[in-house]
Design a binder for this molecule. Sequence first.
Ligand code: PLP
Ligand code: COI
Length: 339
Amino acid sequence: MQKKDIDWSKLGFGYTPTDYRFEAHWKDGKWDEGKMITDSNIELSEAACVFHYAQCCFEGLKAYTTVNGDIVTFRPDLNAERMMGSAERLEMPAFPKEKFIQAVKDVVAANAAWVPPYGTGATLYIRPVMIGSGPQIGVAPAHEFIFRIFVMPVGAYFKGAIKPLKLTVPEFDRAAPRGTGHIKAGLNYAMSLHPTMEAHRHGYAENIYLDPATRTYIEETGGANLIFVDKEGTIIVPKSDSILPSVTRRSLIDVAKRLGYKVVERPVKLNELKDMAEGALCGTAAVLAPIGMVNTPDGDIYFPSGMEKMGPICTKLRETLTGIQMGEIEGPEGWVVKI
Ligand code: PLP
Ligand code: COI
């Protein structure tokens, strides 16, 4: 198969329409079989529920070319399950797990020419999305839904890839107590757009949101969970009911334990940041992106790992995780799924 003529190593994290996408429709109380299509557009009623009442959830995972040339994806079962949970919370019909995994495989296989080659630093980002497509003017769930999976080749989410980031603590919250912070609802990202742009306007790459009830505990950033390493070398992972259960974070905890690190998952106070030796954002798009400093209401905190490179323990975790994804290191059974 002839790969597309792309300068893979120069890719950023952006949208490129590729050749095929999978689409299924929910109508009259059931999903149709779904099929591969070529049109990147969706035509909708002006009253589609998604436009007014944000009935939408999505997922993000990646496909990789391994060292021996296979195309693989990483733990798609966890994305399938998480999307079923998101759909349930938003009164949308769950898309069945096995069908989700098969559709991911089919879309990646159909777009194999777009999967970045091994060693380029680029990957294929896979975006499953579900919308309430039926017309709805009273506040109520739609009766019709579209589930679509499309893909695109991407590079690093943050410019400069593994250069430490400057973050800030916003005056805004991203999620509400007992709200939707734990699911991948489009509305959570709408909530983050203004604080994200404010952060950028002040020279910060991202926000660290605090727990919405007390604003004392660290939650996550707009598009990634957080992990820290304390000065004893223990990996500290913020725990909260209003953050997304990141597949990357759950995988890193497992990887860290296998590497022999002590891992503690617990609520982490903002005022503990000064005691940390390293910190990083973790997510499918972010992979593991180091934190250099955090602007807080009590002043700027510079991590001992510095502003030049990622700290040693985060580096080890990043290399091990990406090594598993790229087939250089054997991962736990079932993590790496061949297309
Ligand atoms: N938190 C938020 C708000 C996200 O958007 C993402 C990205 O998916 C994550 C965390 C990381 O989750 P995952 O590792 O499953 O990609
Ligand atoms: C991901 O990591 O898949 C995300 O969804 C983060 C962001 C691009 C929304």
